[in-house]
Design a protein around this ligand. Sequence first.
Ligand code: CU
Ligand code: ZN
Length: 164
Amino acid sequence: MTDPKAFDEYAPATSRATCVLHPTQGNEAVKGTITFTQTSGGVLIEASVSGLTPGLHGFHVHEWGDLDCTDGLCTGGHFNPTGDAHGGPDSASRHLGDFGNLEADAYGNAGYRRVDRHIKLQGPHGIIGRGIVVHAAADDFETQPTGNAGARLATGVIGAAKPQ
Ligand code: CU
Ligand code: ZN
């Protein structure tokens, strides 16, 4: 599966992906969903997350779509197939998984809507099958390789969505 063409042959042919967040142990209030839609300008990311503390929370694609642990650590590090340094979503150097921060309001609700020109749904840069992590603290876009975003509040698996 190292040949990108061979990978694409087996990847689900869909233009949408979804992710349902599952709280890690001790963070049961955190819930949310993320949708990914292929558009001509990139992948539209739309997220709605609740149960957060007000303020910024690091938000990334991590390497593995593995939820079989209570602390979220089994999702591994940031998804980084290009071997770049950690940054923010608009940084010249960034991990493909660097989505920046969710910003929760006074009620703990966060929305996120951004078109990402670097990630793909399928292929070597494809995010389907990988993990999403929402963190306890803000991503500072500088600290390597994590952004110093702290503990993992919720994780999810990015799945191929049924075509509409
Ligand atoms: Cu993360
Ligand atoms: Zn990163």
